[in-house]
Ligand binder design. Sequence first.
Ligand code: HEM
Length: 380
Amino acid sequence: MPADPVAAVTHADPYPFYETLRAGPPLAWNESLRLWVASRADVIEALLLSPGALRVRPVSEPVPRAIAGSPAGEVFGHLVRMNDGPAHTAHKPALQRALAGMDLNAAHADALQVARLVPEAPLSDTLFAMPIQAVAHLLGFAPETLPQVTAWMRDFVACLSPLSTEAQLQRASIAADALMTRFEAMAAIAPPRHGTLLAAVLSEGAAGSPPSRALLANLVGLLSQTCDATAGLLGNSLVALTREPDLRAAAHTQGGLHAIVEETARHDPSVQNTRRFVAEPVTTAGVQLAAGDAVLLVLASANRDPEFNAEPDRFMPIRTQRRMLGFGHGVHACPGQALACTVAAAGLQAMLARGIDLDALRERGWHYRPSANARIPVFD
Ligand code: HEM
């Protein structure tokens, strides 16, 4: 059993541990993490729907101290994912509408074409490069810039982890600066390349005026939200195929691939938890939370809650009602869910078409990249 719900994220099999959490109180205090822990689906849904009192960032530290005042901190500070209130409502609807308006069949075909050009080794890099390059391409980046965008994005995302080093923080700021400059230049072309996700987002804003720094940062945010989470979804889908050889026949069709990816997102999600920070005293699930408290919401446990999904531990690509919280819920729900599943399915298709040896992968085994919330396998 893992030591705690954060260690569980990268444990070989955290799910029996999550079951023990669900058998405990709806909100349990974890002294070593100094966090309240929610593990049942109904409690997590209620917390994610709680207005006002529960925020995505601590009131005292809207931007992590390590990057405050730097270019990486500027991007972070504008992200809808990291804001509540006006900074969230100013840009979330535009991102949501642009993503909801995408033609997912065309996006799959595009992502497949891009994935075919990504080097197949080392596999752990391929897992990141395929989704980032697919979304960068959909945004409008030219094919020859995609490897550079991948390098910048991986540098930027490293600063989002509390585990990052000083050198990583510096590289993150260089990357943030470079990406903001690129988006500014692409947005300045009037109009930006037709049919791109960039054009769709910009068409939501005031016509004729250049995009604000906040909007540019949120374009960078579309790539950063893609990065670790979709690499994990693609990697965990591969893990599912290595573990369950019976699934491999289903992976021959596009529909089958999508079903495998969606069930992976429920059964073994890449985003295992998220956090909320108490801004003002509130009573929830019978517990009085004080301002300054933090709550860990174990989304991956909710997906395996038998009150939420029937036979939750079984991997069933075809389910009558698949429910999951791994893409969040409520005002901060992920607007990229459908695109993420599409891009992961295309990546999986490209890997299988190259003849990836799933049995050899199973024999070699894998472990998980160090992280407090993302479950991303390392195969090499
Ligand atoms: C497997 C891949 C993905 C997973 C598991 C995932 C998961 C999530 C989760 C859990 C949240 C909410 C966090 C919270 O409320 O604390 C979120 C927010 C968000 N995601 Fe995703 N995501 C994925 C891919 C993507 C992609 C591909 C995009 C866009 C291209 C995207 C864009 C966003 C944005 C903009 C937000 C912030 C929404 C808000 O705060 O209102 N995500 N995602």
